[in-house]
Write a protein that binds this ligand. Structure first.
Ligand SMILES: [Zn+2]
Ligand SMILES: [Zn+2]
Length: 338
């Protein structure tokens, strides 16, 4: 998007990223050189006259993780998979949406999204914020979070607490297998009461439109084994669950949509759930909503209030649906927005 009257996000770029746009030209060139050298040597050894076969293109991404410190906290971004956000899932003015269509023609990857979960090791507890999609969403393109967690040196059994931003299956599907087993058998799961009451209510589900039914069914199936084990906990106020963490109610996307803000040594990180689905549209146009936002007006109002505060306080943001792994960044005010 050409104009910069909204917010820009300064992304943390990881060399190991599967969706990365490397800014390190020197390193990239060195890698290219090394690859070319290896290729030349291989050709020489096998058959100096052999023609090189064309390599097929690949479209999948590697699972992975990215680790950083926030004060004393160790935060690990865990890759769950990638998808593409359909522009028809956005609601904006005609002028804004025409701009999106035009920008997509120039950059077809503009609405690519990752799905992420995040791990916080406080030194005392291992806390997972959102669990990815598992096998409940994404048609096989998602569900790599547990593998990424193992790659990062942890096991699902070690997770003490899971904090859930909301009960959409791309955030909680990774909690439970299709046959009803807990993926994190020792974890206590926390979710806002308003969220739990909404998605787990048979009465509300019965009245919901047909195309919303799968969201209710999967939320109920995913929660069931944790409820049965006494591991499903709800909160309705701002009572602390973990030392150094504050609950940040962010209603609109879903009724109990909640962010979790951790502080350590003057540094802050906010796990903000689905505040943004199309980062390159909604940071400049916070009034643009997604069709998945249950209360569109509240979702836009929440975003309008939140973004200036995060820019002012220089809060690190963990955003499950940015376009670039590892889905961490800060907001800068650019223009008249505050
Ligand atoms: Zn959502
Ligand atoms: Zn989501």
């Amino acid at each position: 998007m050409p104009d910069l009257h909204g917010f820009q996000i300064e992304e943390i770029v990881a060399m190991s990223s599967p969706v990365v746009r490397s800014r390190n030209v020197f390193k990239r060139n060195s890698l290219r050189f090394a690859a070319a050298l290896l290729l030349a040597l291989a050709t020489l050894v096998v058959d100096p006259n052999a023609a090189l076969a064309a390599s097929p293109q690949h479209h999948d991404q590697a699972p992975g993780f990215y680790r950083l410190k926030v004060g004393d906290l160790e935060v690990t971004a865990l890759f769950d998979g990638t998808g593409v956000f359909d522009p028809h899932w956005l609601n904006g003015t005609k002028a804004t949406m025409d701009g999106v269509v035009k920008a997509l023609q120039e950059d077809p990857h503009m609405l690519d999204v990752v799905d992420m979960g995040f791990l916080v090791n406080t030194g005392k507890q291992l806390i997972l914020v959102d669990a990815g999609a598992g096998t409940w969403w994404g048609g096989g393109a998602l569900g790599r979070l547990a593998g990424s967690l193992r790659s990062a040196g942890y096991t699902p059994e070690e997770v003490d607490i899971v904090l859930i931003t909301h009960l959409h299956s791309d955030h909680v599907g990774g909690l439970t297998t299709q046959d009803g087993k807990r993926v994190f058998p020792n974890a206590d799961v926390y979710v806002a009461k308003a969220e739990s009451d909404f998605w787990l209510s048979p009465e509300i589900a019965a009245k919901a439109p047909k195309d919303a039914q799968p969201f209710f069914q999967s939320a109920q199936a995913i929660a069931a084994p944790y409820i049965q084990a006494g591991k499903w906990h709800t909160f309705s106020g701002t009572e602390p669950i973990v030392d150094g963490m504050q609950l940040v109610p962010l209603p609109g996307h879903t009724p109990g949509h909640t962010g979790y803000e951790f502080s350590s040594k003057g540094q802050k990180i906010l796990f903000w759930g689905d505040i943004v689905h199309a980062q390159r549209v909604q940071l400049q146009h916070p009034e643009v909503t997604a069709i998945f936002d249950i209360d569109q007006t509240a979702a836009a109002a929440t975003r309008n209030q939140l973004l200036p505060r995060l820019a002012r306080e220089n809060v690190l943001i963990a955003t499950p649906h940015t376009s670039l792994f590892p889905a961490l960044g800060r907001l800068h005010k650019g223009g008249e927005w505050i």
